[in-house]
Structure formats: C-alpha cells, structure tokens
Ligand binder design. Sequence first.
Ligand SMILES: Cc1cc2nc3c(=O)[nH]c(=O)nc-3n(C[C@H](O)[C@H](O)[C@H](O)COP(=O)(O)O)c2cc1C
Length: 212
Amino acid sequence: MVELTTGGRLRGIFAAEDPYALARAWLAEAEASEPEDADAAALATVDGHGLPNVRMVLLKEIEPDPTRGGFVFYTNFDSAKGQELKANARAAMVFHWKSLHRQIRLRGEVELAGAKQADAYFASRGYQSRIGAWASRQSRPLANRRTLLAEVAKLAAKYPLHPPRPPHWGGYRIRPLEIEFWGQGDFRLHNRFRWTRLKSDSASWTVQRLSP
Ligand SMILES: Cc1cc2nc3c(=O)[nH]c(=O)nc-3n(C[C@H](O)[C@H](O)[C@H](O)COP(=O)(O)O)c2cc1C
C-alpha cells in the first residue's frame, strides 16, 4: 500500500508501486547512460565512537520482494565497514547519476546476505578477483605491495582452478526504512519524494514530497 501524504500523484519518473521497483528502474536507466559503474554507491556506517565513515561500494542486487529483500553489496567482513556493521547494523547509501541528474539515498537496517547467494555471486567473479578476496586483509595495515602480491601468488598456487568463497567475504543486505528519490528541476527547484515505512518487513509505504 502506498499513501501519498501531500496529495497529488506520483507521476513521470517518480511513478511506482514500490520504491524497490523505482530504484531498479532508475538503476537500469543509469546503466544505459553512465559511462562506468552505474551501480557505484557511497555506503555510510558509524563506528563505535559514533563517528561516521563512508566509502564507495558496488550495489549488486536490488532484491524483488521489499518485505524480505533489500539492497545487496559484497565485501570483506573483517574490513572497517564489516567491523562497524557488526557493532551497529545500520547503514545509509547514496547513488548519484550525473548523466541523469538523479540521486537516490536510503537508510535502514543491515543483515548478512545468505551463504548460497554469496557463493553464487562469488563464483560469477573473475578468477583474479576471487583470489584477491582471499589475499587481501581489507582495511588492515600492509607493509608493502610486494607482501600483497606474494600472498596473491601463494593463494593462486593453493587454488589454481576454483577458489571457494572465503569465510571472511560475503554480502550484506540493507533493508531500508527510508528511500528518497531526487530529480533535478529547473532553477534548482528539484523534485524530492521520500518513501518511509515503520518496519523493514512492511509493504506499507508513506510517500512525502519534500522541499528541494
Ligand atoms: C567505484 C568503487 C567501487 C568499490 N566497490 C567496492 C565493493 O563493492 N566492495 C568493497 O569491499 N570495496 C569496494 N570499493 C573499495 C571501498 O571503497 C573501500 O576502499 C574498501 O571497501 C575498504 O573500506 P573500509 O575500510 O571502510 O571497510 C570500491 C571503491 C570504488 C572507488
């Protein structure tokens, strides 16, 4: 159910039954128009001192069911972001597509993606990326590049054909409580529609138009 609090209708590029479908549609358009990495998004987490942290990741899936699924990315569980998510399983994410003059931002709860799902995605990656996921102790100090390359060589010798998914690597799913769609308007009179819900397994959304 979608309730539009400020009257009117969701029209044009903002029209949708649910915000996941809208995000998927905008991402698909961006894939056709952005020169590279249309799926790149900034991911914000908060550390144990309440200090925010942000970095880019690639969004690999917007799952179909908004009541169970979410926005999925992959990383090293022991990285800074992994540690931060372990302590505080909440995150925010923002996409900006320059060619389309659009932004999507979302925030909500984070959970681990399933092992089978992560295995399937890991298997779809190139061999060097799979070895790299084994070799890199992401976010921890590294004496020099030579050490990393030696680790890559060692793991390539160990797994010459089919490296399995490392236990320290997998997916996270953000299940948004809020998703905001922003489209550039003339004279900086932009259009903003924020979808909110009370629980991350709810199919009931309230949509509000916001001032630019
Ligand atoms: C365009 C772009 C996409 C990236 N995608 C990912 C990604 O999907 N997963 C990942 O772990 N790091 C990705 N990175 C690297 C991260 O930005 C970051 O350097 C790394 O994950 C370590 O972050 P952390 O120390 O905050 O955990 C990407 C970087 C860029 C510039």
